[in-house]
Design a protein around this ligand. Structure first.
Ligand code: PAF
Length: 283
């Protein structure tokens, strides 16, 4: 059965208040819609762990720097609701811009340190937009648990830091990246790839695995990185924003010999679409 669609904070609070009073767990899965199996895996994780589950759909203007990127972001509310029907979620929260940012809205949540690298540098203002909207969604829903994909690992760490620093009583769960058969990480942005670009896109994960394996085999990380970036450009990617190994906890650059858990992070442009991915190293 299709879950009720709630469009205002008041409706959301009316739904969650009795669950809160009864001491039940409330899971929230924040999304910007265009739901794919990656999102649905988060919903399944939330359903397995929580008494009640809310999926939020809000294309957050504050986390886009280019107006055309915001305008072209896929919006598929009806199809999203249909996909959620089989999970039995309790509600789908679809606020409009005025609900989230009413006239006079003047607060910005910024997380320093973790946002000084990678997408924090290449997408100025992006993480402040994310942290602000996620803080609002946590406050509005009174959720006890939140579910985010590891595909956006930097975002996951920023959200964890924000919730901890603001004493928001919520457990943030990171869930594994879900991939297409050819290895491409699932992302709503994949819908923007042309047929030709879609055939090239798996080169990103192929080259990430090649670098991870080369480094694990003792090759110089800088040489392995250069070889992978060159191969991506030969395959048809137009530029690479970053392709580097960083520690999971503070996202600082990590030597290949690190004993701390680390990941290889990549962001690259293909036919006007920016793809990001990350994998644990060694894999
Ligand atoms: O990952 C996303 O889809 C968005 O960044 C999020 C967490 C829903 C905030 O708008």
């Amino acid at each position: 059965m299709t879950a009720p669609i709630l469009r205002s904070v008041a409706e959301l609070r009316a739904a969650t208040a009795p669950w809160q009073r009864a001491g039940r767990s409330i899971g929230i899965v924040p999304t910007m819609g265009a739901l794919h199996d990656g999102h649905l895996s988060l919903v399944a994780a939330a359903k397995a762990r929580c008494d009640h589950v809310i999926v939020t759909i809000f294309v957050n203007p504050r986390q886009f720097s280019a107006p055309e990127d915001l305008a072209s972001y896929p919006r598929t509310e009806q199809a999203d609701a249909a996909k959620l029907a089989r999970f039995g979620v309790d509600a789908i929260y679809v606020p409009d811009g005025d609900q989230m940012y009413p006239a006079g809205f003047a607060t910005n949540v910024t997380v320093s340190g973790l946002t000084d690298v990678m997408d924090g540098v290449h997408r100025p203002g992006h993480f402040a937009g994310v942290a602000t909207v996620v803080a609002k969604l946590f406050a509005q829903s009174a959720a006890t648990d939140a579910f985010f994909g590891e595909k956006d690992f930097q975002q996951l760490q920023v959200v964890r830091r924000m919730a901890r620093d603001l004493d928001i009583p919520i457990t943030v769960h990171g869930c594994p990246t879900i991939r297409e058969m050819d290895g491409l990480a699932m992302s709503s942005r994949n819908l923007l790839l042309s047929d030709r670009a879609r055939t090239i896109a798996p080169a990103l994960i192929d080259q990430m695995e090649a670098m991870a394996d080369a480094v694990a085999a003792g090759q110089d990380p800088a040489a392995a990185q250069a070889a992978s970036i060159a191969a991506l450009l030969r395959a048809g990617f137009t530029s690479v924003d970053y392709f580097e190994i960083r520690a999971n906890d503070d996202l600082s650059l990590a030597a290949s010999s690190t004993t701390r858990p680390a990941r290889l992070f990549a962001a690259a442009w293909l036919a006007g679409v920016r793809l990001i991915d990350n994998i644990a190293v060694p894999r």
